[in-house]
Design a protein around this ligand. Structure first.
Ligand SMILES: *Cc1c(COP(=O)(O)O)cnc(C)c1O
Length: 422
């Protein structure tokens, strides 16, 4: 009965017989993976609920402050909740961070001093950090302040252990950056087990080097977070996983107390640090977003698995494959065809709740080197925990798709995109 109604609605919504049949098959096949995702969401939900309860979150924490924001109990308690979830000593969770890029920038400027060296061991960092680091010239970059940058590329999708050891023995490194998610590259994302192994290895050579993780897109994908496997500090965006689609903006940094203090004093002012920063009424949204995050991340993962299987069946090269372990919520699809990439992204936009009638086109986005096409019919501007898809216009014409506030809506978006390319 329901099946007939659904089929009729699918048809009315414009899905072809081919898409409807494909989807039916795929949904059967991915069931075991979907069940596993639900189990992970259950574990992360316990973590979140305990953190709320043990920090006595109550109505009074939804307070708002203005001006300096002294004594903002909601903000301070939210930071305790985030710290607990990450098993970190301290955290900074602020709307004063515009997004992940800004939090990464403030963290790097907070930790590094002239003459210091930053070493990335996951190859070139995320595109928006090019001008921050000085890989692309900018008069305000870390490089312009005399901070050096070096990178070691991954080798067969894993860390290049030999080169890392050699580097650490020959040169004093201040901060090592590990970016878990692949960004706009074709490599695989880094699993927590790989991070655990490389951190143990690094510690054998250098006990003091600060290990910083760009954790964007990876929170709650598994059941362990980077501090638990030895990282010193993690950074992530609240318009991604932990914002749960509800945080209006912001980012977090969690980790060692001394490091969080350095970052806080760069975000606000030396001597003021964490004590200032008005919450301007967003604390309830941050907490509610965190509360929803385990389920929302699970919905995004399900949407990614669904898309991976569908597009693989249609003959496209996908990463990860539907049944492979995932480190982040990102699904890549190589179209090897500029028009197909554009059509797919446009289809995702057509399946969105917001701006479904505007057609995205490739454009020169600030902070990115190539032209980028971005589909994001989101409630929050640029939010990529909501179903979104983007791709730099360069071979192999790869779409980077992520998000999905619910699996049902995520699936419909993917179906619309598929319909647009077949
Ligand atoms: C998205 C992302 C960033 C930047 O975060 P924004 O919130 O978009 O500024 C940095 N690093 C990685 C790996 C990302 O995926």
């Amino acid at each position: 009965m329901e099946n007939q109604t659904l089929k009729k609605l699918y048809e009315e919504y414009g899905f072809s017989e081919k898409t409807i049949t494909l989807v039916k098959e795929v949904e059967q096949e991915i069931k075991p993976i979907i069940n596993n995702i639900d189990e992970i969401a259950q574990i992360n939900s316990i973590k979140v609920l305990q953190a709320f309860q043990q920090n006595n979150i109550s109505d009074m924490h939804f307070n708002s402050t203005t001006g300096y924001g002294y004594g903002d109990i909601g903000r301070d308690t939210t930071e305790k909740v985030f710290a607990q979830i990450f098993k970190a000593e301290d955290s900074l969770v602020r709307g004063q961070f515009i997004s992940g890029t800004h939090a990464l920038t403030v963290t790097l400027f907070g930790l590094l001093r002239p003459g210091d060296t930053l070493l990335s061991i996951t190859g070139k960092p995320y595109d928006t950090l090019d001008e921050v680091i000085g890989i692309v010239d900018n008069p305000s970059s870390l490089k312009s302040f005399g901070v050096k940058f070096e990178q070691i590329d991954l080798k067969n999708n894993d860390f290049d252990y030999e080169t890392i050891q050699e580097k650490l023995k020959n040169k004093k490194i201040k901060v090592i950056e590990i970016q878990r998610s692949k960004g706009y590259s074709t490599r695989k994302s880094i699993l927590i087990e790989q991070i655990e192994k490389v951190i143990k290895y690094i510690r054998e050579v250098d006990k003091d080097v600060i290990i910083m993780i760009d954790n964007c897109y990876c929170e709650f994908v598994g059941t362990q977070e980077p501090i638990e496997v030895g990282a010193d500090i993690v950074v992530g965006s609240l318009i991604k996983n932990l914002g749960g689609g509800i945080a209006p903006n912001g980012a977090y940094v969690a980790g060692r107390k001394d490091l969080i203090t350095l970052v806080a004093e760069r975000l606000t002012a030396p001597g003021e640090g964490k004590e200032v920063g008005p919450s301007l009424g967003i604390t309830k949204s941050l907490l509610q977003g965190l509360f929803m995050a385990p389920t929302v991340v699970a919905s995004s993962l399900k949407t990614a698995v669904f898309a991976s299987k569908c597009l693989e069946k249609l003959g496209f090269d996908v990463e990860p494959k539907w049944n492979m372990p995932r480190a982040d919520i990102v699904q890549t699809i190589n179209f090897n065809d500029k028009e197909k990439l554009i059509k797919y992204c446009q289809g995702i936009q057509m399946g969105s709740p917001i701006d479904s009638n505007s057609i995205p086109e490739p454009w020169d986005m600030p902070g990115y080197t190539d032209q980028v096409i971005m589909a994001a019919g989101a409630f929050t501007q640029g939010s990529s925990i909501e179903l979104s898809c983007d791709g730099p216009i360069r071979p192999p014409y790869t779409a980077f798709m992520q998000g999905g506030l619910t699996y049902e809506y995520g699936k419909l978006g993917v179906m619309k995109a598929i319909e647009n390319i077949i």
